[in-house]
Write a protein that binds this ligand. Structure first.
Ligand SMILES: *[C@@H]1O[C@H](CO)[C@@H](O)[C@H](O)[C@H]1NC(C)=O
Ligand SMILES: *[C@@H]1O[C@H](CO)[C@@H](O)[C@H](O)[C@H]1NC(C)=O
Ligand SMILES: *[C@@H]1O[C@H](CO)[C@@H](O)[C@H](O)[C@H]1NC(C)=O
Ligand SMILES: *[C@@H]1O[C@H](CO)[C@@H](O)[C@H](O)[C@H]1NC(C)=O
Ligand SMILES: *[C@@H]1O[C@H](CO)[C@@H](O)[C@H](O)[C@H]1NC(C)=O
Length: 811
């Protein structure tokens, strides 16, 4: 390939310049099409006839690995059939450091182990369909506020001169933030999206230590790094620091300007030898290798069949070729291909069912039964019915009805949404109940009247959040508080003081404050879930009426006091560069280590049946050694022949062949001037010398291969001792011996397994403990080590209900 052809693959053509949210340049000579990058982690954004899948956080709540994989596969299938080459998901950062973090609903839960397994299963699912997954956002993107300069203007925002800086210590980086990335790299993920924030003072997309060392060297990542949209801040520096693709092509905020840090400037920097050709070759081989290994169809001569058949920029069937720019000839832009089938529908419904968490069920008032004398049912809350804005407000920014998704780029255009009202009313009628309904959150006199009449009331409430470019009611992506929205606490209070069987159903994008009503004895039951997608109403009605036994588990801790959570940084310091310390213990680790009793702990969730656990057995599979074995030496690097740099004229824009589309980013030079007035100043520490020192912790995909060895296999027996069918999630936690220097490792999740059991039936819970699961990061040796001592292993029903215990001794 020529330099122009290579540069074409590294640079987006511009926001709106192509059917997808990101489009690379193409290489017509070699039949390599413009690659289509499309959001997102919960389904295919900006198109129709797709499935609105349950959110990542809901998926994490299922604690069901098979469903995690199946959902990934279904999303991958829909992406494939729409012509998407690179799917921008799964989201595995944020890790959930902040309860109010806007994008927590996209990722799988506030624990690196859960996040890693769910992320890896999702990647395998997506890529099994021949679509490259680009996991996002790498790394430390724990709040939306201040993620990017110029995202908001006016007031305090104008003083923001740099994106928020996430400070992450080495050990925390390895054991918490980087952990799930090791899982997805191990699973063969093709792409990684770097984030908007800075890490230790340097932007994530030009942080050489993060990209070149941690990701590509230590974790052995073989794919490409793509910038979050506009997260690139320099041309040469980002290239040298390990960025391989810039999206959507232009500089942040300068959409449709054609102004890019790469494109022509990357061509120029290679021609004037500021960036070595080997770096450009590396970028392109990382991009293409992902395709050749994952999407075996590329490149082919009839690739036109695989081209995207939708446009992100218009709903019309026929429109201009570049509707966003109002440019180009009229052509067919949308084919409205319907790709939903039984498998995608089943997956969306099944994940929704298994994601619902039963928090309280005093007196076993759930499931609702006419046998318990429930004949008059009240459904209350705007969140029970449809939003007055419909199912498709712009990127789901409206929070006026049932909550199917959070807002931002991870939302999709919903094909429909089954509301709780619709589904419950149908079931209630089948049972000869009478029903009343109110969606009024404020006329409490009226609510009092109808609550008085009901045998049971089901109150729906929400708390939503999303991506930072959208503000809803003062929530700039992140939630501004942990309360339920729209006066819901008052509503619950009024109903519960008149109806002594009040059930509260909450849809939230993260933890919410339950204290105002959780101890109210008339609030007999509480159900909670993350956004469940299009089948929300159906799934919740099935759970309420007992057709489905809830089996979701909390993927985070619900505190009694909200100052026990890490707050959002919402003040800009004098110099305009906010800093964020991400080193406090994460979620349940903090509560456990500080002896704080949460309201509901991580991993908690009730069932309509009862289970008993027994017979813990621990079998050693491989004797552990304290130090990692050396990885096998690297293979010789493949060196591509360098192109002899011919005349700069060859790289000039071929005006004779075609004229540029306005705002389109091309690889061509616009003049022959390739040198700057000043000598280029390389970033500090830059050297062209190769310094391959293989880290002990590296060598394989996701790190040293030995990290993935199974050391112990753990089994336990679980029996359904109640009278209804149900699923049990067995959770395995480990207590570590304290190490050298008295370094403590908090108890943490290191296994989970879900079994479905009929009444009276027993099943086996199976866990595999890998070497990495009992290793800690040694900052001195820069390696994973196993500390000699006693390891306590617990299997239980939550992070605090540890019914079975055993131990292993490592010498
Ligand atoms: C670069 O990509 C654009 C857009 O797909 C295409 O028109 C152009 O021919 C490509 N240039 C080269 C040198 O392949
Ligand atoms: C998209 O739909 C069109 C029209 O049905 C079809 O020609 C094309 O092959 C489809 N693309 C993919 C990727 O399936
Ligand atoms: C960030 O700084 C901390 C403390 O100075 C250090 O331990 C860590 O390795 C650095 N991490 C990165 C990604 O630069
Ligand atoms: C919390 O935020 C929501 C959403 O903006 C708002 O409806 C609610 O009134 C706020 N609650 C408190 C106690 O400030
Ligand atoms: C080469 O081009 C790049 C991109 O425009 C520029 O940043 C750099 O300073 C140039 N190098 C030299 C030595 O002029």
């Amino acid at each position: 390939m020529t330099i122009l052809e290579k540069v074409n693959l590294t640079t987006g053509t511009g926001w709106g310049s192509g059917p997808c949210v990101g489009n690379t340049g193409s290489v017509p000579r070699l039949n390599i099409p413009s690659l289509c990058l499309q959001d997102g982690p919960n389904g295919i954004r900006f198109t129709d006839f797709i499935t609105n899948f349950p959110s990542g956080l809901a998926t994490g709540s299922t604690f069901n690995k098979h469903l995690m994989y199946t959902r990934g596969r279904a999303i991958g299938l829909e992406a494939k059939l729409k012509g998407v080459d690179i799917l921008l998901g799964p989201t595995i950062g944020p890790i959930g450091y902040k309860a109010q973090g806007g994008r927590n609903w996209e990722s799988f839960g506030f624990d690196p182990y859960l996040q890693g397994i769910a992320g890896a299963c999702t990647v395998q699912g997506i890529q099994s369909q021949g679509v490259v997954a680009a996991a996002r956002q790498f790394i430390g993107n724990e709040q939306e506020r201040f993620r990017q300069v110029n995202e908001w203007t006016g007031g305090d925002w104008d003083r923001l001169s740099e994106s928020i800086n996430s400070v992450i210590k080495d050990r925390v980086m390895h054991e918490i933030y980087l952990w799930p990335w090791a899982d997805v790299v191990h699973a063969g993920v093709g792409g990684v999206m770097c984030s908007y924030n800075r890490v230790n003072g340097t932007y994530a997309c030009e942080n050489s230590y993060l990209l070149n060392y941690l990701l590509k060297e230590e974790l052995g990542f073989q794919g490409f790094v793509v910038s979050d949209w506009g997260a690139q801040h320099t041309g040469v520096d980002s290239a040298l620091s390990g960025l391989d693709m810039t999206m959507p092509g232009e500089i942040f905020g300068d959409w449709c300007s054609g102004k890019s840090y790469w494109g022509p400037l990357l061509t120029r920097a290679v021609y004037n030898e500021t960036i070595p050709q080997s770096r450009l070759n590396d970028m392109v081989s990382r991009i293409l290798a992902s395709f050749f290994s994952i999407d075996s169809k590329l490149p082919n001569s009839d690739y036109e069949e695989d081209l995207p058949n939708f446009s992100s920029w218009t709903f019309h069937t026929y429109d201009q070729e570049f509707p966003f720019q109002s440019y180009g000839p009229i052509k067919q832009t949308n084919y409205h291909v319907d790709l939903r089938d039984d498998s995608t529908e089943w997956t969306a419904l099944e994940v929704a069912r298994e994601a619902i968490v039963l928090l309280k069920n005093d007196g076993h008032n759930l499931p609702i039964s006419e046998k318990d004398g429930i004949r008059r049912l009240l459904i209350a809350g705007a969140a029970a019915g449809p939003d007055s804005k419909g199912f498709n407000s712009k990127d789901q920014k409206s929070v006026g009805g049932a909550l199917f998704q959070g807002w931002g780029s991870a939302s999709v255009n919903a094909p429909y949404g089954i509301t709780p009202y619709e589904a419950i009313v149908q079931k209630a009628r089948e049972r000869d109940m009478v029903i009343d309904f109110t969606s009024d959150q404020y006329d409490l006199d009226h609510v009092d009247d109808i609550a008085e009449y009901a045998d049971m009331a089901v109150v729906f409430a929400v708390a939503s959040s999303g991506e930072g470019y959208i503000e809803v009611d003062g929530n700039f992506g992140d939630r501004k508080n942990l309360s339920l929205w729209q006066n819901s606490e008052e509503l619950i209070d009024h109903i519960a003081s008149r109806c002594h069987k009040t059930v509260v159903v909450i849809t939230a994008t993260g933890p919410v404050d339950l204290e105002p009503f959780i101890d109210n004895e008339n609030v007999v039951a509480v159900l909670l879930s993350a956004p469940l997608g299009q089948y929300f109403g159906k799934a919740i009605a099935e759970v309420l009426f007992g057709e489905v036994n809830p089996s979701g588990r909390l993927p985070f801790t619900i505190a009694r006091k909200w100052d026990q959570y890490v707050p959002i940084i919402d003040k800009i310091p004098i110099k305009g560069k906010p800093t964020d310390d991400l080193n406090r213990l994460l979620d349940y680790r903090f509560f456990d280590e500080n002896g704080i009793r949460p309201r509901f702990e991580f991993g908690y969730g009730l069932s309509y049946t009862k289970f008993s656990l027994s017979d813990l057995s621990i079998k050693e599979i491989l004797p552990p050694t304290t130090d990692l074995p050396y990885p096998p030496p690297y293979l010789d690097e493949y060196v591509f022949a360098e192109e002899k740099l011919r005349d700069v004229e060859d790289a000039l824009f071929p005006f004779k062949e075609f004229s540029p589309v306005p705002g389109f980013v091309y690889p061509y030079l616009f003049n022959e001037k390739i040198y700057s007035v000043d000598e280029y100043e390389y970033p500090e520490g830059y050297t062209e010398e190769e310094c391959y020192q293989e880290p002990i912790s590296g060598g394989g995909l996701g790190g040293n291969d030995a990290l993935w060895n199974t050391l112990y296999s753990v089994h336990a027996e679980v029996t359904n001792i109640g009278d209804v069918e149900g699923a049990y999630v067995g959770e395995l936690y480990i207590d570590y011996p304290s190490g050298y220097d008295g370094i403590k490792t908090p108890r943490q999740l290191r296994g989970f397994d879900k079994v479905h059991l009929k009444p009276g039936e027993s099943g086996k819970l199976e866990f595999e403990i890998l070497r990495r699961d009992i290793s800690v990061w040694d900052t001195e040796d820069q390696s994973w080590v196993i500390i000699p001592g006693t390891y306590k292993l617990y299997v239980g029903s939550s992070s605090r209900r540890l019914e079975l215990a055993g131990e292993v001794e490592i010498l």
